[in-house]
Design a protein around this ligand. Structure first.
Ligand SMILES: O=C(O)C1=C[C@@H](OP(=O)(O)O)[C@@H](O)[C@H](O)C1
Ligand SMILES: C=C(OP(=O)(O)O)C(=O)O
Length: 421
């Protein structure tokens, strides 16, 4: 009923608890790992429970460009058939602003014979990839990204090499996941070792290792920062993908803000994705902690910050520096838009975000047109403010299509009145 989505949507506060059953879409992180690993396996793989959204559709399209067959028998299934090798594409791979697809493929295309250009949209072209390019070069793979961001040209030579590769992943754990997933296509064992500061969201590397294992890889964790991978290639597998934990945070947020009960069909502790940890923090609302370390649940920080605006006491978010290199600078975006709702509600302190919090916010806030900066998470998290505050309008609501195309239908299904604005 809401499709096509209007340029802006106003949320009418429901003034009652939201109660219902909602199955979040499949995990973006796991879907894009599974698509790649299936494409690198020799045979047919059935991926069920998958996410179909902009980020995964772009990954699937790029794999098709490299000779992989990707069928879509229904709304949540991909059937992927490959030969164990990616073929050289006839043109650049365009990956929009999908960090997973861009980073994972930058490493994987080194196994192609020939030059491959990995590119994205204007926002992706601002997201750093130089550390991953340097790591590829240290394996003897010619690659360049003149601006330090996409486009990247990788001169694939049919194998991922061998030996030790070091990576500074303080800006993105996706660099580590990218190297790990390409490593079984080496011509000898490969050791991936972290340098620099520890990485945020280690849980994403665990997700990578778990998915690789499903597709037959041998990954040994040598120590906290080193993994050894054998040159086994991948074997085809069927894989069921769990719901998206970052998507679940909006439902948990809606629940605590309205005092409702939304059954996701899965408990927070049953997720393997790092953002599921946000549920325990949200459950403390309206007494959320004074300091929240967002480093291990980064994509949940916009959700937590919007909910924190209604908390009894202020909340400081720490460990979130790399939110500045996500779809947009999320520290700035969240601060700007909270201040649009009530001046002084949030401020940046270095790379911390401090949310002043106001338990009477619903009464004091002003109508606000929320800028979303092409960032699905800014749109989805600020929609939560609209559940309590009169006059919240979300600009470019279609940007949720990156990971949650049915977000607005889901809210409408819970009885929330959404009006084109
Ligand atoms: O590996 C993954 O699936 C992801 C890792 C995180 O990014 P960084 O590793 O860039 O922090 C997260 O923000 C992103 O949405 C998904
Ligand atoms: C940071 C995100 O995505 P990605 O890095 O995969 O583009 C996200 O989904 O919040």
């Amino acid at each position: 009923m809401l499709k096509p989505l209007p340029p802006a949507l106003t949320i009418v506060p429901p003034r009652r608890p939201l109660i219902g059953r909602v199955t979040p879409p499949g995990s973006k992180s796991i879907t894009n790992r599974a698509l790649l690993l299936a494409a690198l396996a020799d045979g047919t793989n059935r991926l069920t429970g998958a996410l179909k959204s902009k980020d995964t559709v772009l990954m699937a399209a790029a794999l098709r460009q490299m000779g992989v067959s990707v069928d879509e028998p229904d709304a949540t299934t991909f059937v992927v058939t490959g030969t164990g090798r990616l073929a050289a594409p006839s043109g650049p791979l365009f990956l929009g602003n999908a960090g997973t697809a861009t980073r994972f493929l930058t490493a994987a295309v080194a196994t192609v014979e020939g030059a491959v250009i990995v590119d994205g949209d204007e926002d992706m072209r601002l997201r750093p990839i130089a550390p991953l390019v340097s790591a590829l070069r240290s394996l003897g793979i010619e690659a360049e990204a003149p601006t330090g961001c996409p486009p990247v040209t990788v001169h694939g030579r049919g194998s991922f090499g061998r030996g030790r590769v070091e990576i500074d992943a303080s800006l993105s754990s996706q660099y580590v996941s990218a190297l790990l997933m390409a490593a079984p296509l080496g011509d000898g064992p490969i050791e991936v070792a972290l340098t620099g500061k520890d990485i945020g969201a280690r849980g994403y590397v665990d997700l990578t290792v778990a998915a690789m294992t499903v597709f037959g890889a041998s990954v040994e964790q040598v120590d906290a920062g080193t993994w050894r991978i054998q040159p086994t290639g991948y074997r085809a597998a069927d894989f069921h993908i769990e719901p998206d934990a970052s998507a679940a945070t909006y439902l948990w947020g809606a629940e605590v803000l309205t005092g409702g009960r939304i059954d996701l069909g899965v408990e927070a502790e049953d997720f393997t994705q790092p953002d599921a940890a946000a549920q325990a923090v949200l459950a403390q609302f309206p007494n959320m902690p004074a300091v929240i370390d967002g480093s291990q649940m980064q994509d949940a920080v916009p959700t937590l910050a919007v909910v924190a605006a209604f908390n009894q006491t202020p909340v400081r978010f720490v460990g979130i520096a790399n939110l500045r290199v996500k779809e947009t600078d999320r520290i700035r975006a969240v601060a700007n838009e909270l201040n649009r709702i009530l001046p002084g509600l949030a401020r940046e302190e270095g790379d911390d975000l401090v949310v002043a919090s106001d338990p009477n916010l619903a009464a004091r806030a002003r109508p606000a047109r929320i800028e979303t900066y092409h960032d699905h998470r800014i749109a989805m998290s600020f929609a939560l403010a609209g559940l309590l505050v009169e006059g919240i309008t979300i600009l470019d609501p279609a940007c949720t299509g990156k990971t949650y195309p049915d977000y607005w239908e889901m809210l409408a299904g819970l009885g929330v009145d959404l009006r084109p604005a």
